[in-house]
Design a protein around this ligand. Structure first.
Ligand code: NCD
Ligand code: ZN
Ligand code: ZN
Length: 413
């Protein structure tokens, strides 16, 4: 698809023109004048030719491009996997160069099940940052059948653990130690979470392999989330990485403030066809799995509505190339350094750029009861080629859209 860009001309001076560029922003296909008063002496065709000639022959094009700029409050990432060890050292600076804070997922091996372990992990995260990076990891605890309710109070008092994460056992990467039966084992701990105003973050899929993989989110809402909310109407819940129209309808049907949902860039930009684009695409595989187009449209409609119930959560989840490009590949997509431009692209395409900032920078802190950030970040609508891969100390990670051109890029934080 061709794109229109507005330029200010060097010659004729001060004239404004609109150029139709090819889809990669490399070639000017057509130029037309915006302000005929300033340019009436000039034949549009001659400017067009001069611009094209100087592009071919030369040092500089006869026009200055002015891409669209968007300055927003610095965002946070409300769902992030930083891993541990060498992987942590590699990926933490990527997130910290864009985001001010992030909710750190506890699905390490072994999982982060106690405040003591979470605080030690937090120290390792801080150590992994570059010297000038000012990044706050917001820690979470991995809920198990054996989590004691006293841990909730300790978590609250720590000041650094801000939520518990509920993985149905076996539902996703490193969830084997998760909850096997929430209603049987976790009632006292949930009760205490209500008392301490400690939010529960949920990977909302049933782990039952007899249920169709595309129906697992919907089934979870019906069989776990609905009864959970009926039992604990005051429990604060974040339904993580929602993927379906059913999830949107459910969230909308709940009283405001009781439940929020995070949405990933991949679920806004891709539908399930992307898993099988001229062959099988392991780098498009994550859980919950990509859904059909009608569900993607429902997510776009939800975020475009400006509702405070939805906010950013990249679910950036690095896996080494060889563990994804395998006969049984891991679930998880790496997006940390490009997630913000990806969201911008999704909001832009949906005609909702004016709703981007609330989604990335206001709704999350408001839900968690934390202050909004004060710094800003500037995005420009200029093309950026995603690296083919990142060569990290622990191995190679292939990001989403590797080698492809994005429409937005980050200019400065
Ligand atoms: N989203 C994923 O596909 N994978 C995540 C786990 C998760 O968030 O479910 C991971 O840790 O790799
Ligand atoms: Zn998950
Ligand atoms: Zn995740």
């Amino acid at each position: 698809m061709d794109r229109l860009i507005r330029f200010h001309c060097v010659s004729p001076p001060a004239a404004s023109i609109v150029c139709r560029m090819d889809s990669a922003f490399r070639r000017i296909m057509h130029i037309s004048f915006l302000d005929t008063a300033k340019t009436q002496k000039h034949d549009p065709a001659s400017v067009c030719i001069r611009a094209l000639c100087s592009e071919k022959s030369g040092p500089s094009l006869d026009v200055h491009q002015e891409p669209q700029r968007l300055t927003i409050t610095q965002p946070d990432d409300w769902h992030l996997h930083l891993r541990d060890g060498e992987a942590l050292t590699s990926v933490a600076p990527h997130s910290a160069s864009v985001f001010r804070r992030a909710i750190i997922m506890p699905n390490l091996t072994p999982p982060v099940t106690s405040v003591a372990v979470a605080l030690a992990y937090r120290e390792r995260i801080l150590k992994a940052l570059k010297p000038n990076q000012d990044f706050l990891p917001l820690m979470t605890l991995y809920l198990t059948d054996n989590t004691s309710s006293s841990e909730v109070k300790i978590a609250k008092e720590s000041g650094h653990v801000v939520a518990f994460k509920f993985y149905p056992a076996g539902a996703t990467t490193n969830s084997q130690a998760g909850v096997t039966d929430l209603f049987r084992y976790c009632m006292p701990v949930l009760e205490e979470m209500v008392q301490q105003s400690m939010p529960l973050l949920i990977h909302g899929e049933v782990a039952d392999s007899s249920i169709d993989i595309f129906d697992r989110e919907h089934r979870f809402i019906d069989t776990v989330l609905t009864p959970l909310m009926a039992k604990f109407p005051l429990l604060k819940i974040v339904l993580e990485h929602i993927t379906t129209q059913d999830a949107v309808e459910f969230v909308e049907s709940c009283p405001p403030g009781s439940i929020a949902a995070t949405v990933t860039p991949q679920h806004l930009l891709l539908n399930r066809n992307a898993l099988f684009q001229r062959g099988i695409r392991p780098h498009h595989y994550c859980l919950p799995i990509l859904k059909r187009e009608t569900h993607r449209q429902a997510l776009l409609k939800a975020i475009s509505s400006g509702s405070k119930r939805y906010f950013i959560g990249t679910d950036s989840a690095p896996h080494e190339r060889k563990t994804k490009e395998a006969s049984c590949g891991c679930a998880g997509i790496y997006t940390a350094p490009i997630a913000l431009p990806l969201y911008a692209q999704a909001f832009d395409k949906a005609g909702a750029l004016d709703k981007l900032e609330a989604f990335t920078s206001f709704n999350g802190p408001d839900f968690y009861g934390l202050p909004r950030n004060t710094k800003t970040i500037t995005l420009t609508k200029s093309s950026y080629r995603v690296p083919q891969q990142y060569g990290f100390g622990f191995g190679t990670v292939v990001p989403l859209f590797a080698g492809e051109i994005l429409e937005w890029s980050i200019q400065e934080v």
